[in-house]
Design a binder for this molecule. Structure first.
Ligand code: GLY
Length: 355
């Protein structure tokens, strides 16, 4: 088993990574939680695959367990889902000394974390991420939240979990599209902080070899995220580098109505296109965008949109992004693979955009 500790004073916690960790979930949770009741928040896909198993391993440690399942997908990440779950927690008499477990991908993690942060002004919670995207990124660092009509993740909090349990074997039941989705974030970690991760991803013969090394890869990504979050928990400085590719990626997702591209696909396109711009401005070492493009192709991710998008539309959504403060835009760029920096600019930076 691989172990990392996120050092955040009284909000510190461990990340445990292993194949087949699920048989030990109950025991590992008992080590950090000495209360009685656990409410597991999950989605219908995962509930049908693992719901009974998870209830049984938790009950075998003496916990009282209630499972609440939501419809899978981003469309559930809003107040319409949250309010009935608060009612279910009240029906179960969950108190502030009990526990919420987020068992699922990014949507479940963000939503369950948001409920944990707000119900009774805060209930302890544990992340059990099941998708690659959640295992390498969203389950670590305490960003929890929901979407509202005017944008994604516009309501939320920084609320750290008490433990993150990563069973890498669970990725075997993840549909291909969602594995590719997580690859966007894995490649991002190589780009922003770790040239050797980027090179290893380039060298793997195929997806099989990649999956054989998945524990190590997830450990590397979580370790990078750990360092960044420890330095800047509340996202006012260094943590912004985790958004490499996200400004454009998010705008592309929005412009396609969230139907055509997954988050990871949008990030992949965003990383390539922004690097093309920064290369043309001599801010990035030549040929960096091409290296990113080749890696995206290798892992079945798009590097450009399927039809030309109106640049003005893209710029409009960049301007409405919550990270864009009063016309000042922080974009994340690479000097080279593995070396990222925050570049202060304005929307004219995107004048040369070709997407
Ligand atoms: N996923 C970006 C962050 O946690 O800051």
């Amino acid at each position: 088993m691989k172990k990392l500790k996120v050092n955040l004073k009284d909000r510190s916690y461990n990340i445990l990574i292993d194949k087949n960790l699920k048989k030990d979930f109950g025991k590992l949770i008992k080590e950090v939680f000495n209360g009685k009741k656990i409410c597991v928040i999950t989605d219908d896909n995962l509930n049908s695959l693992y719901g009974d198993f998870l209830s049984d391993v938790l009950k075998s440690e003496g916990f009282l367990v209630n499972v609440v399942s939501i419809t899978p997908g981003e469309k559930s990440k809003n107040f319409n889902t949250v309010i009935p779950i608060y009612d279910k927690l009240l029906d179960f008499n969950l108190t502030r000394s009990d526990l919420i477990v987020a068992f699922g991908g990014g949507v479940v993690g963000d939503l369950a974390g948001f409920i944990a942060a707000t119900f009774l002004r805060g209930v302890k919670f544990i992340q059990i991420p099941t998708s690659l995207l959640a295992q390498v990124d969203s389950s670590v660092g305490g960003k929890v939240g929901i979407d509202i009509d005017r944008g994604k993740n516009l309501v939320g909090a920084f609320y750290q979990p008490s433990l993150v349990l990563i069973d890498t074997k669970m990725l075997e039941t993840l549909p291909e599209k969602f594995l590719n989705d997580g690859m966007g974030e894995v490649i991002k970690y190589g780009c922003i902080k770790d040239k050797s991760l980027f090179e290893r991803l380039s060298i793997f013969r195929d997806k099989i070899e990649f999956l054989e090394n998945i524990d190590e890869i997830i450990y590397t990504c979580c370790d990078i995220k750990r360092q960044v979050v420890e330095n800047d928990e509340k996202d006012t400085g260094e943590r912004m580098i985790l958004n490499f590719g996200h400004t454009l990626g998010h705008s592309i997702e929005v412009n396609y109505g969230f139907e055509r591209y997954t988050h990871g696909e949008g990030v992949g396109i965003g990383m390539y296109l922004i690097t093309k711009i920064s290369e043309s401005l001599a801010l990035t070492k030549p040929k960096t965008a091409e290296k990113i493009k080749n890696l995206l192709i290798k892992y079945n991710l798009p590097f450009e949109t399927c039809k030309r998008v109106n640049n003005e539309e893209i710029k409009r959504s960049i301007l409405s992004d919550k990270k864009n403060l009063e016309g000042n835009l922080n974009v994340i760029l690479l000097k080279d693979i593995g070396e990222s920096f925050i570049y202060k600019t304005d929307i004219s930076f995107f004048n040369g955009l070709e997407c």
